[in-house]
Design a protein around this ligand. Structure first.
Ligand SMILES: CC(C)(COP(=O)(O)OP(=O)(O)OC[C@H]1O[C@@H](n2cnc3c(N)ncnc32)[C@H](O)[C@@H]1OP(=O)(O)O)[C@@H](O)C(=O)NCCC(=O)NCCS
Length: 241
């Protein structure tokens, strides 16, 4: 199978290797990509709600497979994904879980994959589409200090700040992997990041007082907002922002 180049290595940030995936229409890449999916994924591909969703799914999943195969030096037929009860996939090689973890996100025409060894990871990418319900959405997902950051901004600045904060929070939620069961108000974006810092640390304690820490990085670019969150176990990692 020949590899097509609809994905590329981007950079490393807070221990995560990041890859950009081009999800724009490309017939030859799509027909190559479909061959990388296993039977379950091909069924999922067929049930996607629109041609654009089908394209995003197939190009995204096949790129994830190609990147993992290359990085972990395994064959595609050795690779399967195990999903937790909230749908977050984990890598299995020869039906066994491995230490490598990944997360991916799509926002037409961009896909972003983060790959990390030994730590949980979450990633989110959003094209800054205009919408007329920023304030209503902000009440649903942002805390009072977060919403304060949107006050007094021009429409363009508000859109930028909204998507920046959305991605930071969503990357963390995706890293934790419990989806909609997490109330976004229980996650407060670190104050330093609200003030514009490109990276930050988020900590929380469970009922037994066990602290869990996450490092976050804002990866936003002119064409999209994006963020990555990596579990922090106190290991010294390469930081490259
Ligand atoms: C999947 C979910 C986590 C993100 O959905 P989304 O933003 O539409 O989709 P993205 O493109 O960013 O990510 C989809 C990918 O994340 C992965 N994923 C699926 N469920 C996941 C989960 N529970 N946790 C982390 N990753 C998940 C999959 O790889 C999926 O790709 P696939 O469809 O090709 O299999 C969503 O179901 C969810 O729970 N979101 C709610 C979180 C929330 O309250 N956000 C408020 C905003 S701050």
């Amino acid at each position: 199978m020949t590899s097509q180049s609809w994905w590329t290595t981007w950079r490393t940030s807070i221990a995560a290797e990041l890859f950009c995936i081009d999800l724009s229409p490309n017939e030859s890449c799509e027909s190559e990509a479909i061959m990388w999916l296993d039977e379950d994924e091909q069924e999922r591909w067929k049930t996607q709600s629109s041609p654009s969703r089908r394209r995003e799914f197939v190009l995204g999943r096949a790129a994830v497979r190609q990147i993992i195969c290359k990085r972990l030096k395994v064959r595609n037929d050795q690779l399967t994904f195990l999903h937790n009860e909230h749908g977050k996939p984990r890598i299995r090689v020869n039906k066994r879980r491995v230490s490598w973890q990944f997360n991916m996100s799509h926002s037409q025409p961009y896909g972003l994959l983060a790959l990390v060894n030994g730590l949980k990871v979450g990633v989110d990418i959003e094209v800054r589409k205009p919408r007329d319900d920023f304030d209503a959405m902000a009440r649903v997902v942002f805390t009072t200090p977060e919403r304060r950051c949107l006050v007094g901004l021009s429409d363009k600045q508000k859109r930028c700040q909204f998507y920046r904060m959305w991605c930071i929070k969503e990357a963390l939620i995706k890293g934790i992997g419990k989806g909609f069961s997490i109330n976004p108000h229980t996650i407060e974006i670190p104050e330093t990041m609200l003030k514009g810092a490109k990276s930050g640390l988020w900590q929380t304690a469970d009922q037994n007082g066990n602290i869990s820490s996450w490092r976050m990085a804002d990866l936003s670019q002119p064409n999209f907002a994006a963020s990555v969150a990596v579990e922090d176990k106190g290991v010294v990692e390469n930081v490259c922002l």
